[in-house]
Design a protein around this ligand. Structure first.
Ligand SMILES: Nc1ncnc2c1ncn2[C@@H]1O[C@H](COP(=O)(O)OP(=O)(O)OP(=O)(O)O)[C@@H](O)[C@H]1O
Ligand SMILES: [Mg+2]
Length: 500
């Protein structure tokens, strides 16, 4: 008997049919992968299965019984556990409290703290998170939060586990550990619905795959025997000739940025790097290797950092992001939520919001010009919407990301720092984003591209700086690009056991 059977599931939003009579069946012990372009309807499906949205038509059964969850609690009760695309932890509570929010252990009427922390520690160990269960969630990095979400989904009885892009922020090692957990669960008969834009993961973990396009069911197939090219064709309805745009030889110009002896804390290793006009410099390293912290410090967002930053040869006292923007820098951070998408403003308004609210001039906005430039950019980035006047709130996760990216691409600064530019972006739009980044370099901008996606860095960069354990472990020029060499550097600091 199928674990889950979905038939004719339909969900309409004003102006768009997010799910159009979709059928799906999930068998015991299988990992059923759900793929599709940004806006295809994947998360809408998850929201219907988890009781957050009520479908307009169609029905579901769970182990043969009618399944019609009216709330997240209903779904939980039925043994359906969900890791949503948007992280939903409570920042003020501890990790342990978040993990067992719905079933805190009690003793004599009060929360049993020691039992709670013990249970939490076990779960954290299982997902490979080495931190105290008492840590407030607001102190965690984005990858750690994702692991806590995963641990939370594993914290109780589960018959169907649904994961919406769980690995978007994880390293290959963390992803490998997650897959081990999934294999252990499926071996006991638990069924898994797994959503990802990383097609290689489908082959590693998936048994069957269902493809959605524009809210419609395209196909369901056994993964064995499929090729990446076939999957892409099912998803985007056309062939993608190349995975990365051609990197043309570029004449490098003047030095745009020079960072000397940057230290995040007085005891941290000192970091030095430079970026020239027309150069795309990749920044590789494991999560928590110090990449993001270094970028934040360069951008002036970390007051306790010390060191020298020069922009176009002139010393810049970067004590605040505002001064960095004035000096000609912009920064797409990895935390897109904190980046300040204004959900109740239109796509056009969000894209044209000047770099930071602090430097924007709302009084002088030319609406027509704003809409025209936003339309062009939205088309290039393949933002799935009803037009640039649509509110950002109604966009799918990946399409919201495209809007944030579009804002920075439109910002027209000399130096652009982008942290994980294609996270959560579908294969079709990835290519366009890479092309846009290369176009900026062709136009003489300097780019620092932080990415955990090594093929992406190898695909578009002129040079890759590798971070390891807070220090710069080495640098590889394009002529010597080699995945293994970069990975060896990324791990080198940890193998030597050098103290940070
Ligand atoms: N609350 C909402 N109001 C209006 N439209 C919505 C709402 N939520 C989603 N949509 C629309 O429904 C469609 C499907 O969105 P959904 O979030 O399911 O896509 P997705 O496949 O998860 O994409 P992604 O890969 O970007 O996460 C999109 O066109 C989106 O704009
Ligand atoms: Mg989604």
């Amino acid at each position: 008997m199928a674990v889950l059977e979905v038939s004719g599931l339909t969900k309409r939003y004003p102006g768009v049919t997010a799910l159009d009579a979709v059928d799906l069946d999930v068998r015991p012990g299988e990992v059923h992968v759900l793929i599709g372009e940004n806006g295809a309807g994947k998360s809408t499906m998850v929201r219907c299965l988890s009781g957050i949205e009520r479908p307009d038509a169609g029905g579901m059964t769970l182990y043969g019984e009618r399944y019609q969850p009216d709330s997240a609690a209903d779904a939980l009760q039925a043994g359906v556990r969900v890791v949503h695309q948007e992280l939903a932890l409570l920042p003020n509570l501890s990790v342990a409290e978040n993990l067992f929010l719905h079933h805190l252990p009690h003793r004599a009427g009060v929360v049993d703290r020691s039992a709670l922390n013990r249970m939490a520690r076990d779960l954290l160990t299982e997902v490979g998170l080495d931190l105290s269960p008492r840590t407030p969630v607001e102190r965690l990095g984005i990858a750690q939060m994702q692991l806590v979400e995963i641990a939370k989904a594993l914290s109780g009885q589960c018959r169907l586990l649904i994961m919406d892009e769980p690995t978007a922020t994880l390293t290959p090692k963390e992803t490998g550990r997650l897959f081990e957990i999934l294999r252990r669960l499926t071996a006991t008969g638990v069924a898994v619905i797994y959503i990802s834009h990383h097609l290689e993961e489908i082959f590693e973990i998936g048994d069957r795959v269902t493809v959605l396009r524009n809210g419609k069911h395209v196909t369901t197939q056994e993964v064995a025997g499929l090729t990446t090219a076939e999957l892409v064709r099912f998803m985007v309805g056309r062939d993608l000739a190349h995975e990365y745009p051609p990197v043309r030889p570029r004449e490098l110009g003047a030095e745009l940025l020079r960072v000397t002896d940057l230290k995040i804390t007085p005891a941290a290793p000192s970091l030095s790097l430079a970026v020239r006009a027309g150069e795309v410099v990749g920044v590789a390293g494991l999560v928590n290797s110090g990449r993001t912290e270094a970028m934040r410090a360069i951008f002036g967002a970390d007051r306790s950092a010390s060191g020298r930053v020069e922009v176009r040869g002139r010393p810049a006292r970067l004590r605040h992001p505002r001064t960095a923007v004035r000096a000609g820098m912009s920064f797409l951070t990895e935390d897109r939520k904190a980046q300040g998408l204004v959900l109740d403003l239109s796509i056009a308004a969000n894209m044209s919001l000047a770099n930071l609210p602090a430097v924007s001039r709302f009084g002088l906005l030319n609406r027509a010009a704003e809409a025209a430039s936003a339309s062009a950019l939205a088309e290039k980035l393949r933002v799935a919407s009803r037009g640039v006047r649509q509110h950002v709130r109604a966009l799918s996760g990946g399409n919201q990301q495209k809007v944030v990216l579009g804002r920075w691409l439109a910002a027209d600064t000399d130096l652009l720092i982008v942290d994980e530019p294609t996270r959560g972006i579908d294969v079709g739009a990835r290519y366009e984003i890479h092309q846009l980044l290369l176009d900026l370099a062709d136009a003489g901008k300097g780019l620092l591209v932080v990415s955990s996606d090594l093929p992406e860095l190898l695909g578009i960069c002129d040079r890759i700086i590798v971070f390891s354990r807070g220090a710069i472990a080495g640098e590889v020029p394009r002529a010597e690009f080699d995945a293994e060499r970069v990975l060896n550097l990324a791990y080198s600091g940890y193998l030597k056991g050098v103290a940070v």
